[in-house]
Design a protein around this ligand. Structure first.
Ligand code: G3D
Ligand code: MG
Length: 348
């Protein structure tokens, strides 16, 4: 059974990806032979020829494609690029005109046209194109960038500077829009008097959002933090659950743990049994929540009478593959860090 034109086109595209342009051309020719009205095949042939530096032939192919399908924007763009490679700005601009005629909302075409016009010093017309692009997309950084360049070239520094400011503003807004918002429940556990409540109090200065859940015996404190990554920000609303009063492990309501996204287990460096109890606290939480991210805190590091050292806490932490930190609710050491560590774990 013979292969049809679509198969040849597909094959050709794969060969293009594999950088086998000569073989790709053969496929496109075969596709065209089977279907002389195959606009896509002409367009792809044009692309291959463009890469091979056969610009005139490429232009012919793109032209052919646009004759078969007058509204074939991709082919018009290909032709525009090919014309530019021959320094035929005027003709390239006419391609842009055609594209904006087919699709008046084509922001990219307006920016390109403006750029081409500025290249041949038709600055006023260029500025109008950039304004049109901004009208279509008020966040077009590309349009503002090019507009700023033209304005600066014209010596209109104030207006150029305004464009630059606008770009910074857009970038900031885009970052805010891209910001992921997450709400997470974090439950604090650990023996009585290890410093859980003090840690929350130290971390969350603003206690107005506190809520007491008398039936469960828990207090919930809300804290909002933004964590910045190179490409985006994450906005966390941490709902920090703290055990009310001085309750030991068996006395905590299972609702306290339910739905927790992460847990912070606290021990006190001046009380040995608080470290020994860590695995029990972990089991109590995981029994309800399943495995969730956890962070160990060895609190009261400011006190002199320590009864265990880093090695011992490290041993427990590595057993559960969890990070650990030495903290002091009194001095504030590592307190913020502890909550940031938990938040980052929540993203992994
Ligand atoms: P809990 O919520 O885990 O039960 P709390 O613990 O926060 O109520 O703290 C118990 C006691 O330890 C409190 O003392 C508190 O001030 C103290 N404490 C908590 N964290 C630290 C710390 O990092 N360093 C020192 N030095 N003390 C801490 P009181 O005397 O009020 O009971
Ligand atoms: Mg407490």
């Amino acid at each position: 059974m013979g292969e049809d034109e679509i198969t040849f086109l597909t094959k050709g595209r794969f060969l293009m990806q594999a950088k086998k342009y000569g073989n790709a051309l053969e496929c496109f020719d075969k596709a065209i032979k089977l279907n002389p009205k195959y606009a896509e095949a002409y367009n792809e042939k044009g692309n291959a020829l463009l890469i091979l530096g056969k610009i005139d032939e490429a232009i012919n192919c793109f032209t052919k494609a646009t004759k078969i399908n007058e509204k074939y924007i991709t082919a018009w763009k290909g032709k525009e690029v090919a014309l530019l490679m021959q320094n035929k700005q005027d003709e390239a601009i006419r391609c842009c005109d055609t594209i904006t005629g087919i699709d008046p909302e084509n922001e990219e075409a307006w920016v390109t046209k403006g750029f081409l016009l500025s290249d041949i010093h038709r600055f006023d017309e260029a500025l109008k194109c950039f304004d049109k692009a901004v009208e279509i997309n008020p966040e077009s950084i590309d349009a503002y960038n090019k507009k700023a360049e033209v304005l600066l070239a014209l010596g209109r520094f104030d207006e150029g500077e305004k464009c630059r400011q606008k770009i910074e503003e857009i970038k900031r807004e885009v970052r805010v829009k891209k910001m992921k918002k997450l709400m997470k429940k974090i439950c604090l556990v650990g023996d009585p008097a290890v410093g859980k409540t003090s840690l929350v109090r130290r971390y969350v200065y603003d206690m107005f959002d506190d809520k007491y859940l008398y039936t469960i015996g828990a207090k919930i404190t809300k804290k909002v933090i933004d964590i910045s990554y190179p490409t985006h920000d994450v906005n966390f609303t941490l709902m920090i659950w703290d055990i009310e009063g001085q309750k030991g492990i068996g006395k905590v309501h299972s609702t306290y743990y339910r739905g927790a996204d992460a847990t912070i287990i606290v021990c006190d460096v001046t009380m040995k049994e608080t470290l020994e109890n860590i695995p029990n606290w972990k089991d109590a939480v995981f029994k309800v929540t399943g495995e969730i991210p956890l962070v160990f805190l060895a609190n009261k590091i400011d006190l002199p009478n320590k009864v265990f050292n880093e090695k011992e806490i490290k041993a427990v932490a590595s057993e559960f593959k969890a990070p650990y930190l030495f903290t002091s609710a009194k001095t504030g050491e590592n307190v913020e860090n502890a909550f940031i560590t938990v938040s980052k774990l929540l993203l992994e």
